[in-house]
Design a protein around this ligand. Sequence first.
Ligand SMILES: NC(=O)c1ccc[n+]([C@@H]2O[C@H](COP(=O)([O-])OP(=O)(O)OC[C@H]3O[C@@H](n4cnc5c(N)ncnc54)[C@H](OP(=O)(O)O)[C@@H]3O)[C@@H](O)[C@H]2O)c1
Length: 325
Amino acid sequence: MRALEQTSLNGPADLRLITDAPVPVPGPGEVLIRVVAAGINFVDVSQARGTFAGGPQPPYVAGIEAAGEVTAVGEGVESELGTHVVGVSIRGGAFAEYLVLPGVAALPVPAGWDDEQALGLVVSWPTALAALRPLGGLVAGQTVLIHAAAGGTGQAAVKMAKHYGATVIATASPEKHDVVRGLGADHVLSSRSTDLAAEVLRLTDGVGVDLTLESVGGPTLDASLSATKRVTGRVVVFGLPAGEAALSNWDLVYKHQVQLIGLNIGILIQTTPQLYGEIMGELFRLLAAGVLGPSEPTTYELADGPKVLTELESRTTVGKLALLP
Ligand SMILES: NC(=O)c1ccc[n+]([C@@H]2O[C@H](COP(=O)([O-])OP(=O)(O)OC[C@H]3O[C@@H](n4cnc5c(N)ncnc54)[C@H](OP(=O)(O)O)[C@@H]3O)[C@@H](O)[C@H]2O)c1
């Protein structure tokens, strides 16, 4: 089958189209899908750079998220052949014509939706929701700072935060600001600014936001901590495209007296399946209420994968992206 194979840890430019990848065979508890659309996530870039902890070693077939048609099932799986599902496989393999998914991780594509419209349902949206509500504790009337607000995860976060009655301060590269305003963000700041903390403090009468969704890292982590309310403010850390940043116990005692929370959706799914179930239940309520609609990813041919992932890494993309094998 055709697939995109990562051949080094030097980034997405070393992703190669191959035509002789073996079609995987579903084991017990697994399903095989014919991939109709594969979702692109920043994690694909992290894996290609070797910065994803415990990530795959090259050569590997890249991609963790896909939607498609069930064509075979392993022992003990009840999914019917021909059903359309969306799922995530952290072992990779989604940028290909066929993918094996754990049966429990394969969710039916919502009725009336095309497969590509279900991308986001299993990675970006639950991450955004986990950060806002069960972990971030956002309630109506509070203010939330959302970074990378024009991205796949950020766009969902902005829509949900507005639905929950929050004031949204969003950051994005300047050319994406109209998109973010269109989602309902109250204030949009440049993610390229070196003065972000001061700008957020100006917008919040000097006290800072109640919650920050920290998905950038590097120098932005310090800006996020400085822009968050002392004592009661929460900072949920779930991404570091700008790199690692040091934070000491001294910082937490004397400089940033905030509540710091780490989030990794894969670990949340594994260790607290009940919480994940509650998050998915709430997501479906948000879908029914029209807060989130079918995803509208920008789609590309499988062969364009290296180019699109390079663009994602260089911050020029907007919204959810997908590859069509
Ligand atoms: N922990 C988890 O379980 C989990 C799950 C899903 C996603 N995430 C994280 O959530 C974030 C968003 O993921 P996504 O897949 O939806 O990607 P995305 O937001 O569509 O794309 C990443 C965006 O991050 C911003 N960014 C800021 N500094 C950057 C830098 N130095 N390099 C690259 N991008 C930078 C860019 O937006 P601007 O240029 O507009 O600022 C860029 O467009 C990522 O950090 C990802 O790792 C974490």
